[in-house]
Design a binder for this molecule. Sequence first.
Ligand code: ADP
Ligand code: ASP
Ligand code: MG
Length: 435
Amino acid sequence: MTKVLKFGGTSVGSAANMKRVAEIIRHEKARITVLSAMSGTTDALVRIVTAAAEKDQSTIDDRIAMLTDKYTTCIEGLLDQHKQEALNRMQATFDLIRTETSNFREYTSERKIIAQGELLTSAIFTLYLNETGTKAVCLNSPDFMVTDQEGKVDMARICKALAPVAADPDTFYVAQGFICSNYKGEIDNLGRGGSDYSAALMGAAIGASEVQIWTDIDGMHNNDPRFVEHTYPIRNMSFDEAAELAYFGAKILHPATIQPCKDKCIPVLLKNTMDPHAPGTTISNCDDNSKSFHAVAAKDGITVIRIHSARMLMAYGFLRKVFEIFEQYRTPIDMITTSEVAVSLTVDSDKHLDEIVAELEKLGTIEIERNNSIVCVVGRMEHGDAGLAARVFESIRKIPIKMISYGASHRSLAILIATEQKKQTLQSLNDGLFQ
Ligand code: ADP
Ligand code: ASP
Ligand code: MG
């Protein structure tokens, strides 16, 4: 069994937790251990970046002091012979961050600073493994995780670079999640929460038998535990369901994680570092057909674009013109509903909204509505089944609904609501569909 194990920020958030992680990877015989930065690090680094852009030296000093404290405590609780080496490594990291903030270059410095959390955490953890008698090597992920101009990862390159790792069962390899190199050869990242995706790519590249994502909760829950009471973990889930939930806001998984594993039929296990014996969730090809409703997730930051146009009436080719505009600005559409005189679309990025609206105005009258959330109910909703949509809407009869998407697949039903109604919607669905 060749396994890739990934540990999130909380899992490596203290010396005590890093010790747990070491026990888990030894027990699981992890070939590659992919690590996030210690919890709170990336947020602090992002804050340092904004402060550097604003020339706000006191915030920079403040965050570096906080991080120095955090990493020093961790190193002192973890290491003995290698303590000084780790402290020197930490010092070098903060010196580099200071240099980058004083010669701040917008994109380059930002990406370089944000990468330091994963680099430092993985270096400390590798020292700990070696100090405690486990032969370990720290890989430098940006050497082999390389993206092209579109941000797509070069899979062939990862496969080639990791071939010796795949063939070496005697060493524990540690790698940074999240970080990569871009097409210019500069250090970059895969987006917030991207360590899950790094692990999936490395797992697919070495033909792993399993990818395990270790975090601070016992698997994928049926609803968002940050907003809803009485959620429970789901034991088995299909790749498609997990991908849908991750895409629609289940924070436990980065949305891109599932595809590389699905392509290679590699099961993805979601496990709890604080309770390693809990079964967690297994995501695989197998389907649980016993229930109509499996889980709910919500995605915020959704903007609705409504296009009113009499030109749609009995016409063809109208939607093509609309879609071409979104394609031109590389903006994906999440939901769409149409009537004879109007089309409503949703997007999760406002990046090119002004340009898109300017183009769409040539086709009709445009209305924009911000601060919405998509709530997605995932399950087995066969087109021949009666009453399933009715159960969903019965549960949330008091919530104003702005859009509905149902029937695209038999796996999901999505609704659009105002974000201020999200918590109540999620709780009502939990009470109505799962209790
Ligand atoms: P890590 O730092 O380990 O990557 P994350 O914070 O990214 O951890 O993801 C784990 C968190 O995801 C949980 O603590 C939980 O609050 C949140 N979460 C949101 N939706 C779900 C869900 N459906 N099931 C489980 N956890 C969820
Ligand atoms: N450390 C990064 C973040 O906080 C990546 C990750 O945790 O997956 O977004
Ligand atoms: Mg995460």
